[in-house]
Design a protein around this ligand. Structure first.
Ligand code: ADP
Ligand code: MG
Length: 698
């Protein structure tokens, strides 16, 4: 039998597993022997750096304590909890749980040996840990549990119920290596390993589960991280290669007369160099006969819409239609209006398609699309619904695209004959991340801002200075400017937040009696929202109180003040987006962050970053550091293979190496036909089947 056949055996047939554990493991994505090899420890516990209880301190990082369970029980009270006392040679420490009480109360036995990992907190003279991680060490004496470094596996009730403790995992995985360790295929070819100084795959896998030393563990992690990056990049590289091999792209043959007229005669301002360069990238792409997949990156306010409009005119000039997709209805409406006003002097038919429209209106729009009468359609993801048919779709623009996952992108690409795709983002994506998420895209970056813009002044203010802030806003309003006042809207406490915004609105109406104050929030109907936005845009209302619906894309150049209430509750990129709503003209603009004295360390860092810089790239890097890639860019929903060990920020160097290797391979052997690469091909097909289908679609 071939090696991969044994390792692809159903996990329940592995000694120590069986049907019950098998089911739980399968639920966690461990379906085969091979999957278990890559079920990496969540942490390693270095028994040589265990801290004795009497040496604990509440300063510094989380630590590990190993001791014997001395006592435990439920403690009644206002907040019911489960407490446990653990003791070692020199002292005792308490562990406390507030959640999952029923389960946690069944986990421990008196006298058993357990390792607890957490942040010690001081109470008087003793220490406790709240919700520590733990690992039941059981009887000492077996080599697997007492080595210098031992592996801790993902835990929790689900695993615990079937006895899958870290200790059990170590035994089962050890058995797997003993029986089948020699059959683990090498999935990276020799030249790639040599060029990148990587240890062998089977050595790395063994070492990550059973490291002999820190150095060995590090080497193992490096090799396995490389692997993760490599296969992700290979997917992108092959995807791209396939696309380039098929000349299925539409060619915009006619001249670019229309977009020239737009840029040179219609626009009331000079395009920036960045805008012109981006457009010439696009023009070049649409002449090649290949489908364009271009990401246009430009900070908030850099003028991406102008580029999009010019790109759509290229299509229209050659007899094609264009679609412009925005992430929310309110933004679609905004863009619809601004695109119409940009193009009012030209003979272009522009329509809006959103979910909330009346059926008769919708039918009419759909007919216009299908017959080809409509040139530009602006909309939300309603544009990619099944029943939307274009006669000749030439280009699709997706604005603020990090909100659309890879899957939605793929779906969009199936409309018409591979229309060109222009993705636009105002959240500058650090290079490292662009390589993972959009490794198959070409990128145009606009680094300049329209002439005459001034740096937005950003202030951090606490409640005690509210009067001062209001006086300042009044002064700006008296000079004819306008202001936003934004409230957070966190989903979990939507009701409370909404009340906040509404009562803030009422108070402001009192405080700024001589001015007109408007309100817009997500719970309003589409018409109400639009009416509120329109009267702010026209200058009828002077102050717009809003929840985060104004976050992206809203464009009112006369607004010079952005006041953000409870700023400590917003994420960094959200704050940056909000700030980008002002500073859209030559007027000096201001961003006032109203914050609570009591704010977390992380919130403090966010607010400080906002005051320190207005540079979107810097903000983005800071955000990535604070929150991690999964949350910032939705990589988890992106449809790309999951990164278990590798980190796009920490491991940038390795990512670059893996990317080079993958793209080089895709160049020389785009179908991975080389017999020496059969194990790699096998692994690729096994770990990325869904994405592969996606690749073919794209
Ligand atoms: P974003 O890149 O954030 O989408 P917009 O396209 O909304 O930016 O443009 C921001 C503002 O700048 C708009 O009011 C737009 O009309 C204006 N603008 C765009 N390009 C220029 C330019 N070259 N010169 C002056 N103003 C410009
Ligand atoms: Mg925009």
């Amino acid at each position: 039998m071939m090696a991969e056949n044994i390792l692809s055996t159903d996990i329940q047939f592995l000694p120590g597993v069986g049907p019950r554990r098998g089911e739980v493991l399968r639920g966690s994505g461990v379906k085969t022997f091979a999957d278990l090899l890559r079920f990496y420890p969540r942490r390693h516990l270095d028994r040589s750096i265990v801290v004795p209880i009497r040496k604990l301190s509440d300063k510094g990082a989380a630590v590990t304590v190993v001791g014997t369970v001395v006592a435990f029980g439920m403690v009644p009270g206002r907040r019911k909890r489960f407490e446990l006392v653990v003791g070692d040679d020199g002292g005792q420490m308490k562990c406390v749980w507030f959640n999952s009480l029923r389960w946690i109360s069944t986990v421990f036995e008196m006298g058993e040996k357990v390792a607890f990992h957490g942040q010690p907190q001081r109470y008087g003279r003793s220490f406790s840990m709240v919700h520590p991680d733990f690992d039941k060490l059981g009887e000492e004496g077996t080599a697997l549990d007492t080595g210098r470094i031992i592996s801790l596996y993902p835990g929790g009730a689900k695993f615990d119920r079937v006895g899958l403790t870290s200790r059990q995992f170590r035994r089962i995985i050890h058995g797997l290596f003993k029986e089948h360790g020699r059959e683990i295929p090498e999935i990276l070819p020799k030249d790639i390993r040599a060029a990148n100084r990587l240890i062998d795959g089977n050595v790395a896998l063994r070492a990550i589960h059973f490291p002999k030393s820190h150095a060995e563990l590090e080497e193992a992690r490096r090799r396995l991280k490389f692997e993760e990056f490599f296969f992700m990049q290979l997917l992108l590289a092959l995807n791209r290669k396939q696309k380039m091999a098929k000349p299925t792209g539409i060619v915009f043959e006619k001249s670019d007369a229309l977009s020239r007229v737009f840029l040179e005669e219609v626009l009331p301002f000079e395009p920036t160099k960045g805008q012109l360069d981006a457009l010439s990238d696009i023009r070049r792409d649409t002449q090649t006969g290949h489908q364009m997949n271009r990401l246009l990156q430009g900070d908030v306010g850099s003028g991406k819409t102008v580029v999009a409009v010019a790109a759509m005119l290229l299509a229209i000039d050659s007899g094609y239609q264009a679609a412009f997709m925005a992430p929310t209805e309110i933004l679609a409406e905004q863009h619809y209006r601004s695109i119409r006003s940009y193009l009012s002097a030209l003979d272009v038919d522009i329509r809006l398609l959103v979910g909330a429209q009346k059926k008769s209106v919708r039918e009419e729009i759909l007919t216009g699309l299908a017959s080809g009468v409509t040139d530009i359609t602006v909309g939300t993801h309603a544009l990619i619904e099944e029943n939307v048919r274009f006669q000749k779709l030439g280009v699709v623009v997706i604005d603020e695209q990090h909100r659309f996952g890879v899957m939605q992108r793929a779906k969009m690409f199936t409309k018409g004959v591979a229309p060109h795709v222009l993705l636009m983002t105002a959240t500058p994506i650090p290079r490292s991340l662009a390589m993972t998420l959009y490794g198959d895209l070409d990128v145009s970056i606009m680094r300049d801002m329209p002439a005459g813009r001034r740096r937005i002044e950003t202030w951090l203010r606490f409640e005690n200075r509210r009067d001062e802030v209001l006086a300042f806003i009044r002064k700006e309003l008296q000079e004819g400017r306008q202001a936003y006042v934004v409230y957070p809207l966190v989903e979990e406490s939507e009701k409370v937040d909404l009340k906040d915004a509404v009562s803030g609105f009422e108070t402001l109406q009192q405080e700024l009696k001589e001015f007109s104050v408007g309100l817009v929030h997500g719970r309003m109907s589409g018409d109400e929202k639009e009416a509120a936005m329109r009267s702010f845009k026209s200058g009828e209302t002077h102050v717009l109180v809003a929840t985060t619906v104004v976050e992206v894309g809203v464009d009112v150049a006369n607004a010079t003040v952005m006041m953000i209430e409870h700023a400590e509750r917003f994420g960094l990129s959200q704050l940056h987006q909000l700030r980008g709503r002002v500073g859209r003209s030559h007027q000096q603009s201001y961003c006032v962050l109203m914050a609570d004295f009591k704010r977390s360390a992380e919130a403090k860092e966010r607010l400080e970053a906002m005051v320190r810089t207005t540079d979107g790239f810097e903000i983005s890097e800071a955000d990535l550091r604070l929150r991690g890639a999964g949350d910032v860019f939705g990589t988890r929903q992106s449809g790309l293979p999951e990164l278990k060990l590798a980190d796009v920020v920490e491991d940038q160097e390795l990512l670059r190496k893996a990317r080079d290797a993958a793209f080089q391979l895709a160049e020389t052997d785009p179908h991975i036909r080389d017999e020496r690469l059969s194990a790699m091909r096998e692994h690729f097909l096994q770990t990325a089947p869904k994405q592969l289908r996606l690749a073919r679609v794209g």
